[in-house]
Design a protein around this ligand. Structure first.
Ligand SMILES: Nc1ncnc2c1ncn2[C@@H]1O[C@H](COP(=O)(O)OP(=O)(O)O)[C@@H](O)[C@H]1O
Ligand SMILES: [Mg+2]
Length: 260
């Protein structure tokens, strides 16, 4: 009896050990977004130090998604940087507070850095190296970065070849930061299937598409993962909601998704 009990204990301990090692491995490589159910679609989270893009039309939920990714990290004590070309700080903080995300508080605790940056400044930074963004990241030990959005940056270049070079430089720079980043790109995908900038598509590690089409007189929110390097991700379109605590993704199968 005693022997059997001992055997059982050992078995349980070994099992526990295995689970521990596996979860450690997973946390080493994956950066959870903490967006309910989203991590399940992408094998646990973003790859550590990857540059990810979220694409959608105006009002589709890019800013909320990106901020939720940062808040998830900050709740665990991670330092985050939000770089924006578009959002005004006061209004942005007010909007995010509606989801219970107190950015001012996080800022006071030095977990959150808000940077309003012009696309031209980013271009200068790429040409000359360094700049406020890099200083903030390297000195504060920031691990999650959002750039919201890179649309106006991409618009600085008329020719695809220039955009390609700029995108390459941008992703190289981000790659050097050793952070997990999420960049937003404003493009209405209900109109076209193709992204305007192939360069951005090529250089990023992953692309998430979000839609907000009108269906039978009401708009619904959907997302899908177009690509994620080295990850077995969901190939389905998923519904999501923006509720009181932000975005949550539904795992239920969508049958008749209509982009338009
Ligand atoms: N507190 C809220 N509760 C529910 N939905 C909201 C709330 N705030 C904004 N939204 C929805 O989110 C949309 C804006 O999302 P946002 O992330 O700013 O879009 P994007 O950055 O893609 O333009 C609004 O148009 C509205 O439909
Ligand atoms: Mg936005």
């Amino acid at each position: 009896m005693k022997k059997r009990a001992h055997k059982k204990m050992t078995r349980m301990r070994n099992k526990k050990k295995l689970v521990k090692i596996e979860s450690k491995k997973a946390t080493l490589k994956k950066v959870q977004t903490y967006i309910p159910n989203f991590d399940k679609l992408i094998g646990g989270g973003f790859e550590k130090s990857s540059a990810n893009i979220i694409v959608g039309g105006a009002g589709s939920g890019k800013t909320i998604f990106a901020t939720q990714f940062l808040v998830g990290g900050m709740k665990k004590g991670e330092k985050c940087l939000y770089v924006t070309f578009e959002e005004k700080k006061e209004q942005f903080y007010k909007n995010m507070l509606k989801f219970g995300w107190n950015l001012e508080e996080y800022e006071k605790k030095d977990l959150f850095t808000f940077l309003e940056y012009s696309p031209v400044k980013v271009k200068t930074m790429l040409d000359e190296g360094g700049g406020t963004i890099e200083t903030a990241i390297l000195h504060k030990g920031i691990t999650r970065v959002v750039i919201d959005s890179i649309t106006s940056f991409a618009l600085l270049f008329d020719k695809e070849i220039e955009r390609r070079e700029a995108a390459l430089n941008l992703f190289n720079m981000i790659g050097g930061w050793n952070c997990t980043s999420l960049l937003t790109l404003e493009e209405d995908l209900t109109e076209t299937k193709e992204l305007t900038s192939k360069a951005i598509e090529f250089e990023s590690d992953s692309i998430i598409l979000i839609y907000f089409p009108s269906e039978k007189g009401e708009r619904n929110r959907y997302l899908e993962i177009l690509k994620m390097r080295g990850v077995k991700h969901s190939k389905q379109v998923h519904r999501f909601e923006i509720g009181k605590s932000g975005i949550s993704v539904s795992l239920r199968k969508v049958n008749n998704f209509n982009r338009k």
